[in-house]
Design a protein around this ligand. Structure first.
Ligand code: ADP
Ligand code: MG
Length: 753
């Protein structure tokens, strides 16, 4: 269930940072002036002295003296408040590198005055919870980074692992396996942020360059459960995305080659995709919004034209040498103003962790209660039976002490019984032993049962400790004062906002109504006034014309850059084609073409596993020769690859696929089929010599005319029917001499004589 709400625009604010020491030392001119009251930024071009400054109007603007807390109270606090109510919220910091994005989002650590939005929101959220009543909260934090279109979990131990995006029809896009910490206080969640920041700098070689090219997203999920009017518990889930975007400056791609070119095209892919999404959203004619073009836009789809409240902070620098970038940023921000979102409260979503936790706690508690109930019953029975004590069960006792007493009681009782058995002389030794064993077993069972009970109780406790409930320090006097102070600050902020809005409206209305009010006393006066007005309008026209020209120039520049990238990519592609045509056999190429497929989920080309076509089981993969190389490489070749431009050693890059093993042409060894007679004969031959009985008569006759009976042949010493076929062996020692005489030499198995 969700409460529908009308659409509202993305709120855009601009913040201009102060001149830094270097800019001051080099005496750069400040070209940006900020009118906080009117919410206007004016940029003048120092090269065109006579030209009018370019004016942009925003929801609010902040000059170089703006304080972090002012920004928070006026702009971010209302957003975080709505997250606490169950809306999704997103804060983007956009702008050129070095203009204060990280300063706005994180600020300066250890300086309470200069803390940014993220730490301020921690304080805000947990203070809100501590003041709440009859509500249960669960707060989770995740921290991730997108660098070159790869998602890294900044809270995971394994920083080399890359995460993937998945989509579910009910909950939308999410990051698979993203770690999230349940946090119970502002300190805890700050620890989470610090851990992520550490990983962010550890994972990169050059922190400055890395942070200007990566997007960091800190996600706080606040789940709140409250008893509704229908008597049921309802859960609202608000998700706050705090995004420190990559530097918006154009990456120069000139001269980049191969891997570096690929890198350069990927670096700002997410950011240019963000720009395209904004353009498409603002342009009413576009039906297709290219969210799927980058990881960032997919992940923040909800924040742009979806179910979220969004604030965009555009950061700019005041110095003249940044003018181009400043104008680009302001135009970008100006466009974003027109994005319409439809925020609504997320009530009872399927993936709420809080609900799950509550259910589990209830289940465990029930289990625990059942155990307690069993015990109570048992105890009552025992009491009634043994000493006839009519005492009622102490219902007022709390469960824990009652449980402890019960265990102790039982244990003592068993011990006593044991002693009694030991001392009982009337029992036979065997009987005694049996009884003792029984008692021991009972004690063991008791102990185990107690352990399970304790484990359950501990589990419930651990789970419950994750849930936060407020209302503890509501009577606290200072707390109350603080709350009043905050309320006042909020009121002031609201008043300022209204004032600004009214001023802006008045400005625009002034121009419109000027004409209607005026009456002219003379023709000359009318001419004068109209000339003045004409001049004003003319200069306005000029400003608009100049703006159009600027935008066109910007477009042309952008197009040229795109063309350049396209040319370079085409060249790269041609080279690849050339290599394929000249170095890769057609047969291999077809095999690869056959195996390659596009993985929709991952949005990348992949290779199917090599399998035999006739039988569809996978072939053995190639044994690894050396880590990440296709074949063992000599040290010399490796050095040449690195140092030398000689393409001979670059061959490794041509085809990086698993070795396609050739089709099998050999057959498995199969035992030959042996005729039964031969098998029997072999068996005979291999038997111990003593067991062999030789029937000489049969053998003799075999040498004569009559063929022997098969049975006698079987028993013949050699068992080799071939002897019959070789009558020509004249030196045969088995020539008959006389019956019964010692004609035969000692049999010696199969050894031919
Ligand atoms: P980005 O993240 O956009 O690259 P940073 O936040 O790192 O820029 O800011 C660059 C420098 O400017 C930092 O030293 C920061 O302290 C300083 N700075 C930025 N904005 C302000 C501001 N509003 N007031 C004072 N110092 C600022
Ligand atoms: Mg930064």
């Amino acid at each position: 269930m969700s409460k529908a709400k009308s659409s509202e625009s993305v709120k855009v604010v601009v913040r201009c940072r102060p001149m830094n020491d270097k800019e001051k030392a080099s005496k750069f001119e400040a070209v940006v002036s900020v009118n906080v009251k009117l919410g206007q930024i004016m940029v003048r071009n120092p090269r065109e002295a006579g030209a009018l400054p370019k004016v942009f109007t925003f929801d609010s603007v902040y000059d170089s003296s703006s304080k972090q807390i002012d920004l928070y109270d006026e702009t971010f606090r209302p957003l975080v408040d709505s997250v606490l109510l169950g809306f999704n919220g997103t804060i983007f910091a956009y702008g050129q590198t070095g203009t204060g994005k990280t300063y706005t989002m994180e600020g300066v650590r250890n300086d309470p005055e200069k803390r940014g939005v993220i730490p301020n929101s921690f304080e805000h959220i947990f203070t809100h919870i501590s003041r709440s009543q009859n509500q249960q909260y669960l707060v989770r934090a995740s921290y991730l980074e997108i660098y070159q279109e790869e998602i890294r979990d900044l809270l995971s131990k394994d920083q080399s692992h890359r995460l993937e995006l998945r989509e579910r029809p009910d909950t939308g896009v999410y990051v698979k396996d993203l770690f999230s910490y349940v946090t119970k206080s502002a300190q805890e969640i700050e620890g989470v942020m610090n851990l992520g920041n550490q990983n962010r700098s550890v994972g990169s070689t050059n922190m400055n360059e890395h942070s200007s090219r990566s997007h960091a997203i800190f996600v706080i999920t606040v789940e709140c459960s409250e008893l509704g009017v229908d008597g049921e518990n309802h859960i609202r889930v608000g998700k706050l995305n705090l995004v420190d975007l990559a530097g918006s400056e154009r990456q120069t791609k000139t001269g980049a080659q191969g891997e570096r070119l690929k890198e350069a095209t990927k670096i700002n892919l997410s950011l240019s995709a963000l720009g395209n999404v904004i353009s498409a959203l603002v342009d009413g004619r576009c039906s297709h919004i290219p969210y799927r073009d980058s990881k960032l836009t997919r992940l923040l789809q909800d924040s742009l034209g979806g179910n979220a409240r969004t604030v965009m902070v555009a950061n700019i620098g005041p110095a003249s040498y940044n003018m181009e970038e400043t104008l680009t940023t302001l135009r970008y921000a100006n466009r974003a103003k027109n994005i319409k979102n439809k925020p609504r409260i997320n009530e009872d979503p399927k993936d709420a962790l809080l609900g799950e936790l509550q259910e589990q706690i209830a289940k465990l508690k029930k289990q625990l209660e059942k155990r307690m109930g069993k015990k109570k019953r048992r105890r009552r029975r025992k009491r009634d039976g043994s000493d006839g004590d009519e005492l009622e069960d102490g219902e007022t006792e709390d469960d824990e002490s009652e449980g402890g007493d019960y265990w102790r009681e039982q244990q003592e009782k068993l011990e006593q019984e044991k002693v009694a058995i030991l001392e009982d002389h009337s029992l036979v030794a065997e009987e005694k032993e049996r009884l003792l064993r029984e008692k021991e077993k009972k004690m063991e069972d008791l102990r185990r049962e107690r352990e399970v009970g304790e484990m359950l109780a501990a589990k419930v406790k651990a789970m419950e400790s994750k849930l936060l409930v407020g209302g503890k320090n509501i009577v606290d006097h200072t707390n109350e004062q603080q709350r009043m102070l905050e309320l006042r600050r909020q009121e002031i902020a609201e008043q300022k906002r209204r004032e600004r809005e009214m001023q802006q409206q008045m400005e625009s209305r002034d121009e419109e109504t000027l004409e209607l009010k005026e009456t002219y006393s003379s023709l000359q006066q009318e001419v004068d006034i109209k000339t003045k007005k004409l001049k004003k309008l003319f200069s306005k026209l000029q400003a608009v014309k100049a703006e159009i020209q600027d935008i066109q120039e910007g477009h042309i520049k952008e197009r040229q850059e795109h063309e350049q990238t396209q040319n370079e990519l085409t060249r790269e592609l041609k080279l690849k084609h050339l290599i394929i045509e000249n170095f890769i056999p057609l047969e291999e190429k077809n095999k690869i073409l056959h195996r390659a497929f596009y993985d929709e989920e991952d949005e990348s080309w992949k290779m199917k596993a090599i399998s035999r076509t006739d039988e569809d089981h996978q072939m053995m993969s190639r044994p690894p020769s050396a880590v990440s190389y296709r074949r063992p490489l000599s040290h010399f070749a490796l050095t040449c690859q690195r140092m030398n431009s000689d393409p001979r050693y670059k061959a490794e890059n041509i085809l990086m696929v698993d070795l396609d093993l050739p089709a099998r042409t050999t057959k498995d060894y199969q035992e030959p089929v042996i005729a039964p007679q031969v098998a029997a004969a072999l068996e005979d031959a291999l038997r111990d010599e003593d067991e062999v009985q030789v029937d000489a008569s049969g053998f003799r006759s075999s040498l004569g005319a009559a063929p022997p009976a098969s049975g006698s042949l079987k028993k013949s010493k050699s068992g080799r029917p071939t002897t019959r076929k070789k009558p020509s062996t004249p030196a045969s020692p088995i020539s008959p001499r006389g019956p019964g005489s010692a004609l035969y030499p000692k049999p010696r198995g199969l050894v031919p004589k």
